[in-house]
Design a protein around this ligand. Structure first.
Ligand code: HEC
Ligand code: HEC
Ligand code: HEC
Ligand code: HEC
Length: 360
């Protein structure tokens, strides 16, 4: 299996072009489809407007996190993006009248909220409720729309119980229930890495090939991009400092970021229908991510990584190969979550010399 991936890894843009002229929906892709119904349970998506509570609902308990977030590009894009000539040009090439109100930009640049959901409640909001754009990339863009998990995640188990006196069993049950309710809880770093790579990998072919938008943040790296300006780790020190993650945690984040990049770029490649910038970039990024993971498997012994590399080796990066590539991405997503659950980083010390410096 390594040989197969390495053969791909050696390909140049020319090699990719050959793959890209290959035929559409293959018999084997259809067989996979039939045997394994698609599950999107782990898919990172834009926060569901009907479940978004808004940053104001976080600030009474997370004021320090809010003030860090306020000065990041994620927050400031809200007032700036629609005014930039570059954004106007993309919108005009795509024939969009509004940037803030076009679903195509909102997915990654903004947070939307359905009307009448300012407070978490059990009342369902109609599917066709009107929506408002309330922020740029907000807390819930990365941690998941909070309506269903807000109460769960901060309940230590009674009025007199604190962070320090919560039982380990209650804690693990609370974290699990918050995730089941849709929280992208950093207790499992893969869930947040998936959020980053969903937006930092462009998944819309026309946006790139017609609109001229970048095909994604090609130099994105989870550790380098999460430990600088956007870092807001106050909870772990009970609010006393904004702590860098431990080296053990950084090792797990480093690998989780690579897996999430492979997952996201497979999804992007899956939507490629024409041989142009979008598809070529997505396929090259997929190769690169697979290659990096192969070199990780040379250094550490982790079952999930061997499986992920094997799945990548079996996925043919060609046009109109949606079913096969989405299936591979879904399987990798499940393994990524499993990897982050099962590894505390203590077995990954061999990666220390490769941990990137903080750049953003
Ligand atoms: C009523 C207070 C309160 C509100 C409101 C609140 N949180 Fe929290 N949050 C907490 C507490 C307490 C913790 C620490 C839990 C722990 O010790 O693990 C926490 C932890 C977290 C964590 C770390 C993961 C975890 O489960 O420990 C994230 C992420 C988080 N909150 C996000 C949010 C977001 C996003 C919002 C708004 C949608 C929000 N919180 C609203 C009290 C709150
Ligand atoms: C898949 C997610 C995604 C979608 C959809 C998307 N963007 Fe972006 N966009 C990004 C990311 C991530 C960046 C950050 C730049 C980078 O690293 O490439 C960005 C950067 C930009 C920039 C350059 C940076 C800046 O702020 O000046 C412009 C302009 C832009 N986007 C406009 C748009 C417009 C207009 C739309 C809708 C037609 C759109 N984007 C849709 C993810 C997306
Ligand atoms: C909802 C989509 C979305 C998510 C989720 C997201 N980003 Fe971003 N990010 C963007 C966009 C859009 C920009 C560009 C904003 C602009 O400049 O207008 C950006 C910009 C950034 C920047 C500043 C880039 C620079 O050149 O200085 C950093 C750093 C960053 N993101 C890191 C992350 C990390 C780390 C994660 C995950 C923990 C993440 N982002 C999750 C959409 C997103
Ligand atoms: C760009 C994506 C992104 C955004 C936006 C974001 N977070 Fe986070 N958050 C993360 C990541 C990634 C981590 C884990 C970082 C680490 O472990 O070093 C995290 C960790 C946390 C933690 C746990 C910190 C600890 O000490 O363990 C809390 C609490 C939290 N976020 C709350 C918030 C709140 C509240 C907001 C909005 C003001 C917010 N986050 C916005 C990505 C994001």
């Amino acid at each position: 299996m390594f040989r197969a991936v390495l053969a791909l890894a050696c390909s140049t843009a020319v090699g990719l072009a050959v793959i890209f002229s290959a035929n559409a929906n293959s018999a084997s892709a259809q067989a996979i489809d039939k045997d394994r119904p698609d599950t999107t349970a782990n898919l990172a998506t834009a926060a569901d407007p009907r479940r978004v509570v808004g940053n104001d609902a976080c600030s009474k308990c997370h004021a320090a996190e809010m003030s860090v977030w306020d000065s990041t590009a994620h927050a400031t894009t809200f007032n700036q993006l629609h005014r930039t000539p570059a954004a106007k040009q993309i919108a005009s090439k795509l024939g969009l009248r509004s940037i803030k109100h076009s679903g195509r930009c909102v997915e990654c640049h903004y947070t939307q909220q359905a009307s009448h959901t300012t407070a978490p409640s059990t009342t369902p909001v109609a599917a066709d409720a009107a929506t408002n754009v309330i922020a740029g990339v907000s807390c819930e863009s990365c941690h998941g729309a909070a309506k269903d998990w807000l109460d769960i995640h901060q309940d230590y188990g009674g009025a007199n119980v604190t962070r320090l006196t919560e039982s380990p069993a209650h804690r693990s049950d609370r974290l699990r229930r918050s995730i089941d309710a849709g929280m992208r809880n950093p207790a499992n770093v893969y869930l947040v890495a998936q959020s980053c790579l969903r937006c930092h990998t462009t998944n819309d072919e026309q946006l790139v090939n017609v609109g001229g938008h970048s095909a994604g943040s090609l130099d994105f790296e989870f550790v380098a991009w999460s430990q600088g300006a956007i870092r807001h780790n106050f909870v772990r020190s009970d609010g006393s400092s904004n702590a860098a993650s431990s080296v053990e945690r950084l090792r797990v984040m480093f690998v989780a970021g690579m897996i999430a990049e492979l997952e996201a770029s497979l999804r992007a490649t899956a939507s490629a229908t024409e041989k142009a910038t979008f598809g070529l970039t997505a396929a090259q990024r997929t190769y690169r991510a697979a290659k990096r993971l192969i070199s990780v498997t040379d250094k550490v012994d982790v079952d999930e990584l061997d499986e992920i590399v094997a799945i990548a080796a079996g996925a043919r990066l060609k046009l109109n190969n949606q079913h096969e590539l989405i299936d591979a991405a879904n399987r990798i997503a499940r393994l990524g979550i499993q990897f982050a659950d099962a590894n505390d980083g203590s077995q990954l010390a061999a990666l220390d010399t490769y941990l990137p410096p903080v750049t953003h």
